[in-house]
Ligand binder design. Structure first.
Ligand SMILES: [Fe+2]
Length: 325
């Protein structure tokens, strides 16, 4: 497919690429939009380097897919919080080549596979997988390497928050010419200097307010129990649609978990009321009804998901993660 001249083609590719990128990120509970941020930073670097809009678009896509090879790495290693053993590290180091093999037959986005394959090379030749140095490393990979390292510092980790901007700047400056292509690092430094409010970063980890609306007390109790010990969530409970809306008028709510069949005001009516105020908040229906008509109706009402009761903790958290990530 040609996307150079046809914008629709680019949008279509972008949708597939985003899906692929999300499927990799779903493996990793520590990366929260990392690929998307790397894509944004890398394409901005490219734009400032004077690349034309087609090249900038290609680099955006290459940024989104630079870590796609992580799909090959066992989840237990990707999600290990602490220090990796040598063998585990060997596994991690497979991802650039794995990415290359996944992407190498895509020819409508120039240099796509090269971005994945060489983004861990270092300018002084001490990187992996091939130990390439200087301009032997394809430019797309040199750009992604800077954007990737920048985002690793300007995002939250399990053990620390986003680093202060001056620390990030210092680190890019220090590794200019060793880890990073000096010209590209210089562009990143300019971007940092222009970013006076430190907006090029992952947002802080904030608690999410979840509202449970269900007339049955034992269901609410079960759901509340699932959230015990999860300190990033604050739970609100309502025993009817009316009570739920009352809570929503007085509190900021990030997600609603709602029973479909409730007396007087059912889930659909409540959702209608919610939507008349806001269409931003994702609403998940919980129901005993295994009924495709209800499922379709829920879709047309714009629900985020439809879970069958009794819902397991795993299924609930998986659904929530997709919506709140
Ligand atoms: Fe990587």
């Amino acid at each position: 497919m040609e996307f150079d001249t046809v914008n629709q083609g680019y949008q279509t590719i972008l949708q597939f690429v985003n899906a692929l990128s999300k499927s990799v990120e779903a493996k990793d509970r520590y990366t929260n939009g990392h690929s998307e941020r790397v894509a944004r930073y890398a394409s901005e670097i490219a734009r400032r380097m004077g690349k034309n809009s087609e090249e900038v678009k290609s680099i955006y896509i290459a940024g989104l897919l630079h870590d796609v090879g992580k799909i090959r790495i066992p989840n237990i290693i990707i999600n290990k919080g602490g220090k990796l053993t040598e063998e585990e590290d060997d596994y991690i180091k497979l991802h650039p080549n794995a990415g290359y093999h996944i992407l190498k037959d895509i020819d409508c986005v120039p240099h796509l596979a090269e971005g994945a394959r060489f983004h861990h090379e270092k300018y002084d030749g001490t990187g992996y997988p091939n130990g390439l140095a200087g301009e032997d490393i394809p430019e797309v990979a040199r750009i992604i390497a800077v954007a990737d390292a920048y985002d690793a510092m300007a995002s939250n980790r399990s053990y620390r928050k986003v680093l202060p901007q001056e620390v990030v700047r210092e680190e890019i400056q220090k590794n200019k010419g060793t880890q990073f292509d000096p010209k590209i690092a210089e562009v990143m430094l300019q971007m940092i200097d222009d970013d006076v409010n430190y907006e090029l970063r992952e947002a802080d980890v904030t608690t999410k307010n979840i509202l449970i609306i269900d007339n049955e007390e034992h269901v609410r109790r079960q759901l509340v129990e699932y959230f015990q010990g999860e300190d990033t969530y604050v739970i609100f409970e309502a025993d009817s649609g009316f009570a739920g809306i009352e809570i929503m008028l007085n509190h900021h709510i990030d997600l609603v978990l709602m029973d479909v069949l409730m007396p007087i005001m059912d889930g659909f009516t409540t959702l209608d009321r919610i939507r008349s105020v806001t269409d931003q908040i994702p609403v998940v229906f919980l129901s005993e009804e295994k009924d495709v008509d209800l499922l379709n109706k829920a879709d047309t009402y714009g629900t985020a998901d439809y879970l069958i009761k009794p819902v397991t903790k795993k299924a609930l958290f998986d659904a929530i993660n997709y919506m709140l990530k």
